[in-house]
Each structure stands twice: as structure tokens, then as C-alpha cells.
Design a protein around this ligand. Structure first.
Ligand SMILES: C[S@@+](CC[C@H](N)C(=O)[O-])C[C@H]1O[C@@H](n2cnc3c(N)ncnc32)[C@H](O)[C@@H]1O
Length: 305
């Protein structure tokens, strides 16, 4: 990440959701409140579509996808749906704290926290990205953000290693509560040692809680042929763009290695969702089944042993 700039990939994801939400075929896959907040957090740039009318945006998106990662926008929308269902299920099972690491311009905590007033929601992100998010939420005062006392923001560079103590001292954080940690689209940007440290960080409060905390995260799987850390079908232009933005992929793990990796860190796989899982869950209807969906990033929901 560039030290002083908000994450370009986080912006990209929020814009992608807002664009997809406006499309007739797939728009219903994005909750309306998520689309509205995404538009507010990451308004379209001129090149990104503000210059084009609504009718031109869909073909423009399709061309851009073909030049970069086919099916990536739908992948973002479905991975978010899956994680939202994971979060809601955990809350109904009695989890009382949700910590979102590398939250970017995600809207989950913003949308859920008013409905779960007894649950603590904490967003952690790189200071440059979080500053930008909070500034965007402060504008547009005609529709002020409903922010209750159970929503907290912790600016923190997760590569600095002292995050366990920072979280412990953060406003709103309650040690001992059954906690769901979420790291969506984050681990691939960390070096292997940093991912390891993040697992320790998640494990610390989990042990303190003694009530079985949960970690829902997404991870890249190395490609079978060339071992490149990239989505299937992703062009080299994407690697170049990510490097240019200071956000190259650094970490990936094979599905077969994951159970042992987690076991060594006192977790086990509760759920593993691939693009096939997402397709079966959300794209079953005939008019959706032929849509292109990016492959290569999976979702794991892991429980602490
Ligand atoms: C690809 S974005 C994903 C954003 C969001 N989770 C989503 O899926 O919409 C990656 C996020 O990780 C955050 N991030 C990357 N490196 C980080 C670091 N060292 N410390 C804290 N956050 C970091 C970025 O600021 C950004 O918000």
C-alpha cells in the first residue's frame, strides 16, 4: 500500500458494486443499501464511467473486464453476499463482536450495526484508506450516516506487529466477547509473515474469549500452471496495475494445504467456498447461469479449536 493514499483496490471494489447494482440482470444481487453507500464512498471517476450514460456503462464494464479479469465484478458482489450471510449467521448464533480487518469501503458494518445494537462492530484499516472513508461518510449531509455507539473505527497498519495491543486498547473492543473476524480481500496483500501474525492476532482474543471465535477470510490459490498469484484468466495488465498502485499480490495458499496451515494455528475449516459454491448458491437460475464469474479467490470460514 502507498503510505498516504487510500487503497485503489478498495475503491475499485466499491465502484464495481455500485455499477453492478444498476444493471438489470444482476442488480438484485447487490443489496440496495450497499449500492447506495458504495456510490457515496467511491463515486465514479470520469474515466470510470461518469462521462458515460447508464446504457453505455454495461458494455464498458464488460470490455474492461475482458481486458483485465473476466467476471471479477460479479465475484466481488457474490463474495460479499456470502460473507454477509456468514456474519448474519454468526450473530444469530450468539457472536457479540465483529472485527473487520482491511475493511476498505465495505458497507457491512455500516449497514448491520443499527440492527444489532448489542453487538460491537469494529472496522480496522490502513489509516490512509480509513481516513478517506470517514471523510466520504461525513459529506452528503442531506442523508447523514446513521452511526450508533456500537460502530468503531480503528486506523491501523496491519504490518506493524503491535496490532494485538492496539486492538485491545481500541474504543469499543471488548475482550472476552465471542468475536467474528473478517478479512475480505486482504491476505493476498500481506507477506507470509504478516499473514501469520494476523492469525496470531485473531487467535489471541479467541483464546481470551474461550468461547470459540471465528475467522472468515478470503485467499488466493496459486494457479496450477504458472504458479502466478492472480485470478484465472487475469491479464498481465492487472499485475502491472496492482504493482503501480503499490498493491501487488504476495500471499496465496492451495486448498489442500489450508487445513494443515490452519491446524498449526489452532483453527479448523468450517466452510470453504469456491466460485463453484458461489455459482450454485446465487446463480442457479437459467438467466444467470451463463454469466462469467472470476475464479482463483476462495472464501474460508474457520473456527478456533
Ligand atoms: C482489496 S481491498 C479490500 C477492501 C474490503 N475488504 C473489500 O473487500 O471490499 C484491501 C484492503 O486492505 C487494506 N490493507 C492493505 N494493506 C493493509 C495494511 N498493511 N494494514 C491495514 N489495511 C491494509 C486496504 O486499505 C484495503 O482497504
Amino acid at each position: 500500500m502507498r503510505a498516504e493514499q487510500p487503497s485503489a483496490t478498495a475503491k475499485r471494489i466499491a465502484r464495481s458494486l455500485a455499477t453492478l447494482a444498476a444493471e438489470p440482470l444482476v442488480g438484485q444481487l447487490v443489496p440496495a443499501s450497499a449500492a447506495e453507500l458504495s456510490r457515496r464512498l467511491a463515486p465514479r471517476s470520469l474515466f470510470g464511467g461518469a462521462l458515460f450514460g447508464a446504457r453505455l456503462r454495461r458494455p464498458l464494464r464488460q470490455v474492461l473486464e475482458r481486458l483485465t479479469i473476466p467476471g471479477i465484478n460479479l465475484h466481488y458482489a457474490l463474495r460479499k453476499r456470502y460473507l454477509e450471510e456468514t456474519a448474519r449467521a454468526a450473530l444469530h448464533q450468539g457472536f457479540r463482536q465483529v472485527v473487520i480487518c482491511g475493511a476498505g469501503f465495505d458497507t457491512l458494518a455500516l449497514r448491520l450495526h443499527p440492527s444489532f445494537p448489542t453487538v460491537q462492530f469494529i472496522e480496522i484499516d490502513h489509516p490512509a484508506t480509513q481516513r478517506h472513508k470517514l471523510a466520504r461518510l461525513a459529506v452528503n449531509s442531506s442523508t447523514p450516516l446513521q452511526r450508533e455507539s456500537n460502530l468503531h473505527f480503528l486506523p491501523l497498519d496491519l504490518t506493524t506487529r503491535d496490532f494485538a495491543s492496539q486492538l485491545a486498547g481500541a474504543a469499543g473492543y471488548r475482550a472476552g466477547l465471542r468475536t467474528l473476524f473478517i478479512a475480505e480481500g486482504l491476505l493476498m496483500y500481506l507477506a507470509p509473515g504478516e499473514v501469520d501474525a494476523l492469525f496470531q492476532f485473531v487467535r489471541g482474543p479467541a483464546i481470551a474469549a474461550g468461547a470459540g471465535s471465528r475467522f472468515a477470510f478470503t485467499f488466493m490459490e496459486p494457479r496450477a500452471g504458472d504458479r502466478r498469484l492472480a485470478f484465472r484468466g487475469s491479464t498481465r495488465a492487472v499485475d502491472w496495475w496492482l504493482r503501480l498502485r503499490g498493491e501487488p499480490f504476495k500471499w496465496a495458499i492451495g486448498r489442500e494445504q489450508l487445513p494443515d496451515y490452519l491446524a498449526a494455528r489452532s483453527f479448523f475449516v468450517r466452510e470453504l467456498a469456491t466460485s463453484t459454491t458461489l455459482r450454485q448458491r446465487y446463480l442457479r437460475e437459467p438467466h444467470l447461469s451463463r454469466l462469467s464469474l472470476a475464479e482463483g479467490e476462495h472464501i474460508c470460514v474457520a473456527d478456533h479449536v
